[in-house]
Design a protein around this ligand. Structure first.
Ligand SMILES: [Zn+2]
Length: 255
């Protein structure tokens, strides 16, 4: 009888130890799993929050630079280092001032949406050639480079873009990304200002584009030779619409 009681007690104690052992092991496993899930969630959040950088370049400055430079990395063709741009037929405001006002509106809008923005210039004094401007953008660490301009061609209206005609100078990858970016920004901008896009110029003759190592294109926001559009381009409400449209296109590109 005594032996039997001892046996029962031993069996009971063994069973209890085993149960606790299993519980401890399962608790450890569940903690490890929770930690793993938390790490995965953190990784996902970090990936989502990657900050994109946009280089915003207001075209021209207070004076042109008539000495020349090579307009492309290959070949020997040269062009003026910097042209002086157009001026408003109605407002008489020089293009470099309008470009800067629009670029500042774009900077504000992109920052509001969480982008890092690097400005080529924040004043009208920026005596860098087109080649130097693009080299600055290449080295800036930016993902994309948008050159803000306004054009002149009678009563034409609406925004248009200038992109490379082929991948000969910028390479296949930058070329493909540039076309996609320019097309998204052009359609979003036209929509935001309620105008028809004036299309896309494909040319291998733009110094600013040919020296690019990141997607780089020219956005001509409208025509300063058109009196109505000249006044719009120089009004802060229209500049805000342009900025929203450009930012919508950038959002789509990075989505
Ligand atoms: Zn221009």
């Amino acid at each position: 009888m005594r032996n039997r009681i001892i046996m029962i007690l031993l069996a009971l104690s063994f069973a209890l130890t085993c149960q606790f052992g299993v519980k401890a092991a399962s608790k450890a496993a569940s903690t490890a799993k929770q930690e793993e899930t938390a790490a995965a969630a953190k990784k996902k959040t970090t990936k989502k929050k990657k900050v994109r950088t946009v280089f915003v370049a207001a075209g021209h400055q207070q004076r042109g630079i008539s000495s020349t430079e090579r307009y492309a990395p290959k070949g020997s063709g040269t062009k003026a280092k910097l042209t002086s741009g157009t001026a408003g037929v109605s407002t008489h405001i020089p293009e470099y001032k309008t470009n800067l006002a629009i670029a500042k509106a774009v900077q504000k809008e992109l920052k509001k949406r969480g982008y890092k923005v690097i400005m080529l210039r924040t004043t009208n004094n920026c005596p860098l050639s087109n080649q130097q401007r693009t080299k600055k953008a290449n080295k800036s660490g930016a993902d994309i480079h948008i050159c803000i301009h306004c054009d002149s061609a009678g009563y034409a209206s609406g925004p248009h873009t200038c992109v490379p005609a082929s991948s000969v100078y910028v390479g296949k990858s930058v070329y493909n990304k540039t076309l996609r970016l320019a097309s998204l920004v052009l359609s979003s901008t036209a929509k935001a200002v309620g105008k028809k896009s004036h299309g896309t110029i494909r040319s291998n003759y733009y110094t600013t584009i040919n020296w690019a190592k990141i997607p780089t294109f020219i956005l001509e926001c409208g025509y300063m030779s058109n009196p109505t559009e000249d006044r719009q381009l120089n009004s802060s409400s229209y500049q805000k619409k342009l900025a929203k449209g450009i930012a919508n296109g950038v959002d789509k590109y990075f989505k």
